[in-house]
Design a protein around this ligand. Structure first.
Ligand code: CU
Length: 358
């Protein structure tokens, strides 16, 4: 191609490398809302809430690059550390995973879900000891497009189902979008892994074997080194095979009827707030007719947690006065984090969803 076109492509690729987009805001299990770790605001808080989501150092809502796929960062995002609590779900339950801010339509790619047994409490697990098995994977469909398109169309959220025959125990749910807009180049794909601690109940006995997070993908894996701009699109979803018996889940959204805090190991029943308050905190669309949301209220709604953290936590608004670091996000649709940039950088509009300190 001409030198001019080459430099245009190079600058577009450069923009794609720094433009980064999103994290999971919360999950909904049988109508109950659980807040996730917010990488863009919790680091600025002196005592952030205890949540089921793993702590991660993606202040810029960023991604893990393929050159890091053999490092611990790919397991549960950059600098990932276990969440301080967990949510309880039953085998067979569907979990609605809700992303924010709005996932950009340019960031096309697969949506993949894994579980890994913690062999004990997930809150204290060593992430490199986790072996992940794939319970859901969607890539490209010639009729409906990319899984990321379907996620966007589904209220920016995704439904995953816990296998109904899964052995009871503690598991890390690893949910991931891989954005392929730069995937035609080596190290151009972007992985956005998000992890949550779950206590799964039930009478099943299935515990599939798994793969360490650092062995899921390489920079040149089929489906990682992949251009989404070449027709026809025949996309191989990367990573290990789906477990036996995994079924595709019809996407839908979930209505929030209550909010729970994370349960800490050995802890008491978490606080359940009133339905009205819970509904006010979510942007989820109403339940579609195909969703089977149990209407039972979580047990012991009047029992307050005895931990002091539980008593003082509320979903945190953006910290006013927070200053974003260079190359971090400073605005865009849905953005609730810092809008000021530190000395030496200024907030620049990349697109409607993403302003960046440059
Ligand atoms: Cu991005």
């Amino acid at each position: 191609m001409s030198p001019k076109l080459t430099s245009l492509v190079a600058s577009l690729a450069g923009a794609a490398l720094v433009a980064a987009h999103g994290h999971v805001s919360h999950i909904i299990v049988n109508g109950v809302y659980y807040q996730n770790y917010d990488p863009t605001s919790f680091p600025y808080q002196t005592s952030p809430p205890t949540v089921i989501g793993w702590k991660a150092e993606d202040l810029d809502n960023g991604f893990v690059e393929p050159n890091s796929f053999a490092t611990g960062d790919i397991i549960c995002h950059k600098g990932g550390l276990p969440g301080g609590g967990h949510a309880t779900v039953a085998a067979g339950d569907k979990i609605n995973i809700v992303w924010t801010p709005e996932w950009p339509d340019s960031h096309v790619g697969p949506v993949i879900d894994y579980l890994a047994s913690c062999n004990g409490n997930c809150e204290t697990v060593t992430k490199t000891a986790l072996n992940f098995f794939k319970i859901g994977a969607e890539g490209y469909d010639s009729t409906t497009g990319w899984a990321s398109d379907r996620l966007r169309a589904n209220g920016n959220s995704w439904i995953v189902q816990i296998p109904s025959d899964l052995k009871a125990g503690n598991y890390v749910l690893r949910h991931e979008i891989i954005a392929l807009h730069g995937g035609g180049n080596l190290n151009g794909a972007q992985a956005y892994p998000q992890c949550f601690n779950l206590q799964v109940t039930g009478s099943g006995s299935n515990l599939p074997s798994g793969t360490p997070g650092t062995s899921l993908y390489t920079p040149s894996s089929a489906g990682i080194l992949f251009s989404p701009y070449v027709s026809p699109i025949v996309y191989p979803i990367p990573g290990p095979a789906l477990i036996a018996g995994a079924s595709s889940v019809k996407q839908s959204t979930s209505k929030v009827t209550a909010t729970n805090l994370a349960t800490v190991p050995g802890g008491s029943t978490p606080v359940t707030t009133s339905s009205a308050a819970a509904v006010a905190t979510t942007t989820s669309k109403a339940t579609s007719s195909s969703t089977s949301v149990k209407t039972t209220t979580p047990a012991a709604t009047t029992t307050l947690a005895t931990t002091t953290k539980a008593a003082t936590t509320t979903p945190a608004p953006a910290v006013t006065g927070a200053v974003q670091t260079k190359y971090g996000q400073c605005g865009g649709s849905g953005w609730t984090g810092a809008t000021a940039c530190g000395a030496g950088s200024a907030c620049s509009t990349v697109n409607a969803w993403y302003y960046q300190c440059v």
